[in-house]
Design a binder for this molecule. Structure first.
Ligand code: MF3
Ligand code: CO
Length: 272
C-alpha cells in the first residue's frame, strides 16, 4: 500500500478546497433544519439540491450503486446508513456524511448532529470523536507517517473507554473518492506510508461507545455496532501544505447554524 498515492499540486489543492467547501455548505444547510420530526430523506433531498445548484454532482449517488446523496447513520448505525422516511427523535445522534464532485475533484466530509437534548454519555462520545479527528489532523505533518495519525486517534478514543472501528478507514481523496493511502483510525506511531507535501486525505474517526465490533446489515450497506450502542463519526478533508495540515473542509457553516438554534455541539478545548 502507498505506492499508488497521487500527490496534488497547489492548483489542484485549491480546486479540492472548493469541492470540500461545497460539502461544508451542504452540511450547513442540513444543520439549519435537522431536528426531531425531520427525516433522513428530507435532508438527502436538500443536500442534492444544494450540490447541484452550486454546479456539483453528488459523489455517493451511484457509487457502487449506492442509492442516495447522503449517508445518514442514526445512533447504533456507524456509517453508510441509507436515508429512510423514519423521522429523527429527540436524543438521537445522527452522522451525516456527504460527498460532492466539482471540477473533477471530490469533497467528502461528515458531521454527527445531536437531535435536541442528548444524554451526557452521548455528548461525551461526540466530544471525544470530534477531538480524535483534530488530534489525528495535528499529526498530518510532512515527515510523519500515516500511523502517527492513526495512533493519535486510537489513543484518545481508547483512553476514554471507547471502541475504534477497524473495518472502515479514512482514505486518500482526489479525482477518485477513495484513493491511496488508507488512513486507519488505529495503528502504530512510525509505521505506514510517509507523509509528503501534496498529500490529500479524508480523516474520519468512527468511534463506538461500547465494543469496536460491527455488523453489516442485509441491505449490503448499513454498518451498525455489534452491541447496538451508539457510534459517532466526524470527517475532514486535509491537505499537507508547507509541511503542515491545511483543513480544506470546514465545520463553520454547521456551527453557525447550530449556534443560531442554540443547539449543543462538540468543540475543542471544552470538556463535557
Ligand atoms: N465517507 C464515506 C467513505 O469515505 C462515504 C462513502 S459512502 C458511498 O467511505 F456510498 F459512497 F460508498
Ligand atoms: Co470518506
Amino acid at each position: 500500500m502507498g505506492n499508488g498515492i497521487y500527490y496534488k499540486t497547489a492548483d489542484e489543492i485549491e480546486l479540492m478546497r472548493k469541492s470540500a467547501q461545497l460539502v461544508s455548505k451542504t452540511l450547513g444547510a442540513i444543520a439549519e433544519i435537522i431536528g426531531p420530526g425531520i427525516t433522513p430523506l428530507q435532508i438527502d433531498k436538500i443536500a442534492e439540491t444544494v450540490i447541484r445548484d452550486n454546479g456539483g454532482t453528488p459523489s455517493f449517488l451511484g457509487y457502487h450503486d449506492y442509492p442516495n446523496t447522503l449517508c445518514v447513520s442514526v445512533n447504533q448505525t456507524v456509517v453508510h446508513g441509507i436515508p429512510t422516511s423514519k423521522a429523527f427523535h429527540e436524543g438521537d445522534i445522527v452522522s451525516v456524511d456527504c460527498g460532492a464532485i466539482l471540477n473533477g475533484f471530490h469533497g467528502d466530509h461528515a458531521y454527527t448532529f445531536a437531535i435536541g437534548e442528548i444524554k451526557p454519555e452521548a455528548k461525551k462520545l461526540l466530544q471525544v470523536t470530534f477531538e480524535c479527528l483534530y488530534f489525528g489532523i495535528d499529526k498530518a505533518l510532512a515527515g510523519n507517517r500515516i500511523g502517527d495519525i492513526s495512533a493519535a486517534i486510537q489513543h484518545h478514543a481508547e483512553k476514554n473507554g471507547f471502541g475504534v472501528v477497524r473495518e472502515l478507514v479514512g482514505h486518500g481523496l482526489g479525482t477518485e473518492l477513495h484513493e491511496d493511502p488508507q488512513v486507519p483510525n488505529y495503528g502504530r506511531k512510525g509505521y505506514g506510508p510517509k507523509i509528503y507535501d501534496g498529500l490529500v486525505i479524508a480523516i474520519e474517526p468512527m468511534i463506538n461507545m461500547g465494543t469496536r465490533n460491527i455488523k453489516q446489515s442485509s441491505d449490503g450497506w448499513t454498518i451498525t455496532t455489534a452491541d447496538n450502542k451508539p457510534s459517532a463519526h466526524f470527517e475532514h478533508d486535509v491537505a499537507v501544505v508547507n509541511g503542515r495540515p491545511d483543513i480544506l473542509s470546514t465545520f463553520s457553516y454547521v456551527e453557525e447554524a447550530l449556534r443560531k438554534k442554540g443547539a449543543w455541539m462538540p468543540s475543542l478545548n471544552v470538556s463535557v
